[in-house]
Write a protein that binds this ligand. Structure first.
Ligand code: VGL
Ligand code: ZN
Length: 205
């Protein structure tokens, strides 16, 4: 792993390391569980840690099953723009929504839940997919004096990408530790994510 010099005002942002995104889950990211020992080690190096948890109500609008005749991994038009439709995943209170049992969660200062409003998805830890409804994370980080956000978790090309882009847009220095991420990678989405993140001034480490 390319080493980054970790500072006191860095935050480790651990994105969606939940059962449904790991092998055996309903929206399994290939080799998703491989990030867990890497992230557990990384957590030992940071003073500030936040976890995110994808947290959808049953019948969420991002589920293909909520749209008559729609296939998972197809796209639809929502009032806020194009939305990929997913298999049902991370349903509130389900075992699939739990953090993977091997992930160390005790060191986290805060857990941000997202995607809990039925009519709107939220890939990013900072803003819902309308790009305007905040989760409150950036205010929290600013009040805490955080200057740099170091991202890891699942999936590189969706929730990690959108979280990193928003962190950068919110004025934080932003790093993505690629070895501590895994991608869904549909239709070239991993390459697109890497290109967009580099263009946005995010450091891929
Ligand atoms: C995610 C698709 C749907 C992610 C969450 O964590 O990357 N992807 N919900
Ligand atoms: Zn989701």
């Amino acid at each position: 792993m390319a080493t980054i010099d970790i500072q006191a005002n860095d935050l480790l942002l651990v994105i969606d390391v939940q059962n449904d995104f790991c092998p055996g889950g309903s929206l399994a990211v290939p080799q998703g569980d491989e990030v867990i020992p890497i992230i557990n080690d990384l957590m030992g190096k940071f003073t500030h840690i936040a976890l995110t948890q994808d947290w959808h109500p049953p019948g969420h609008s991002s589920f293909a099953s909520s749209h008559e005749g729609a296939d998972a991994f197809s796209t639809t038009q929502m009032p806020y723009g194009e939305q990929t439709l997913w298999p049902d995943h991370c349903v509130q209170e389900s075992q699939g929504a739990d953090f993977h049992p091997s992930l160390i969660t005790t060191r986290a200062d805060v857990i941000i839940r997202k995607g809990y409003r039925r009519s709107i998805d939220s890939y990013s830890a900072f803003f819902e997919n309308d790009k305007t409804t905040p989760t409150g994370l950036s205010g929290y980080l600013r009040e805490r004096g955080i200057e740099r956000v170091v991202c890891c978790g699942l999936a590189t090309d969706f929730c990690v990408r959108f979280s990193a882009e928003d962190a950068r847009r919110q004025g934080f220095e932003t790093v993505v530790i690629e070895e501590a991420c895994r991608a869904i990678n549909m239709d070239g989405s991993l390459d697109a994510a890497r290109t967009a993140m580099i263009e946005a001034g995010i450091v891929l480490s």
